[in-house]
Design a protein around this ligand. Sequence first.
Ligand SMILES: Nc1nc2c(ncn2[C@@H]2O[C@H](COP(=O)(O)OP(=O)(O)OP(=O)(O)O)[C@@H](O)[C@H]2O)c(=O)[nH]1
Ligand SMILES: [Mg+2]
Length: 262
Amino acid sequence: MWYGRRVVVIFPAYNEEDNVAHAIDDFLGAGGGGIVDEVIAVDNNSRDRTAERIRGTRATYVLETRQGYGNALQRGLAEAASRGADLIVMAEPDGTFAGKDVLKLLAFSDDFDLVLGTRTTKELIWQEANMGRFLRWGNWAVAKLLQVLHDGPSLSDCGCTLRLVRVDAYRVFAANLTVGRSHFLPEMVCLALAAGLRMVEVPVNYRGRVGESKITGSLTTTLRVGTRMIALILGYWAKRRFGVGVVAPLPVAPARAVRTLR
Ligand SMILES: Nc1nc2c(ncn2[C@@H]2O[C@H](COP(=O)(O)OP(=O)(O)OP(=O)(O)O)[C@@H](O)[C@H]2O)c(=O)[nH]1
Ligand SMILES: [Mg+2]
């Protein structure tokens, strides 16, 4: 619980037997325990012992058969919302993210609808992390494109799974999410900005991975995902600017009370 709000962490998991149980413990123990109320681990047709490992923990096990990072996350978001979450934290169970960083996201959750982690802060990139110059500046460049075209706040990472979304904000764009594959993350941001939701980025630790990398481990996959992200960002820009484009409809902005400084 975070000031009376129920906090649920979701993990997309595809062949993550090596670290999933440890990640679940790490996130449930964030801040000394009692802050993260539930972890939902979404097994995405793992062929290793991921399911068995999850079932041996206190996490809720969910099987998502539609393959893909975006499909797994969309399922996790929907499950968290239906299980009474107020604040949903997305993360990965591969050892790259630290449970304690959930507190950084929560610290901003009162003032923002979405709190996005950024892995491009040099001081927080661990030596073993897969975040060399190319990936770091690549993530930064695509994030800047998103920021500029969609009139966002300062963004420096387009691919950080670790992020928080308030459940009321998630419901604004839930029906508009379409991406089931690995370029899912910028779609959430494009939709949230189109709906006028408030967001901020905070620096998070980025560590070395445990187990086999599935997306940014190879240059070909990285380039493919990056290209799809750029196409998606341009597609949503065209939709907002000219009302045309191949992307799905935009969410309707919710009525919001004007906030004044006290
Ligand atoms: N690629 C991929 N990842 C999936 C899928 N379903 C769930 N995932 C999970 O999505 C997360 C992202 O995949 P990763 O292999 O960690 O990719 P990455 O974070 O870009 O790269 P590294 O962590 O540096 O290896 C992991 O937690 C996966 O287990 C899927 O179908 N494909
Ligand atoms: Mg990862």
